[in-house]
Write a protein that binds this ligand. Structure first.
Ligand SMILES: [Zn+2]
Length: 212
């Protein structure tokens, strides 16, 4: 997905104006704003205007159709109420303004999370809930699992996007892929690539030989 940008200027009350100590974690939130117009764009505009002079800020806001970036990845934000979390993690807010499309919003956030893990070479264990840092019940709907997405389901989506980025076989086909490689039907690379007609014929013949 495209990432739209509206980077918060220096000098506003919501901008700590200092770099992260290091990029070690991705922290997941939900906005807690269920008003229908509380979209990613609205939150981006709100942050751009200084978050109502509150010391509250985060890097990305994601809804069912858009991702907005408000701070550069290497800039500190105030989103977890904990110095360690604020100085070492990138904050992603998922909009809960549209319950019927919350699964899609989480899917978009999972895709963004996978891209960031890849970019900064972080393991999936370093994706944390806001709750991990301060005990706050956030991301509330995911923690409760009552809007169609559980925490383990969210992490599973992140994993599957990482597999896609790393060009690994999908979960649904992993066993078949490994069997095909073992039987010599296909080389163990580029599982998500496409085939030419001659490669398809060669595979069929090789499969026939391998199985007979
Ligand atoms: Zn939160």
């Amino acid at each position: 997905m495209d990432i739209k940008r509206k980077i918060v200027p220096a000098g506003l009350k919501n901008n700590p104006n200092k770099p992260l100590k290091s990029i070690d974690y991705i922290t997941i939130h939900t906005t807690g704003n269920t008003a229908p117009n509380a979209t990613a764009k609205m939150h981006a505009d709100h942050q751009f205007g200084g978050s109502g002079e509150r010391e509250a800020s985060w890097h990305y806001t994601v809804d069912k159709g858009e991702i907005w970036q408000s701070f550069e990845d290497n800039q500190m934000c105030w989103h977890v109420g904990n110095g360690d979390g604020n100085s070492r993690s990138i904050g992603i807010e998922i909009c809960d303004n549209d319950k019927s499309k919350f699964v899609q919003a989480c899917d978009n956030a999972a895709q963004l999370t996978a891209q960031l893990l890849k970019k900064y070479n972080l393991p999936i264990e370093n994706v944390k809930q806001h709750n991990y840092w301060s005990g706050k019940d956030c991301p509330k709907e995911i923690r409760a699992g009552n809007w169609g997405v559980t925490w383990s389901g969210f992490l599973q989506k992140v994993r599957s996007y990482m597999d896609e980025i790393n060009n690994k076989p999908s979960d649904w086909c992993r066993e078949e892929w490994e069997t095909g490689v073992k039987l010599g039907i296909i080389a163990d690379d580029n599982p998500r690539g496409s085939l030419t007609k001659e490669q398809i014929v060669a595979m069929i013949i090789k499969a026939k030989r391998a199985i007979l």
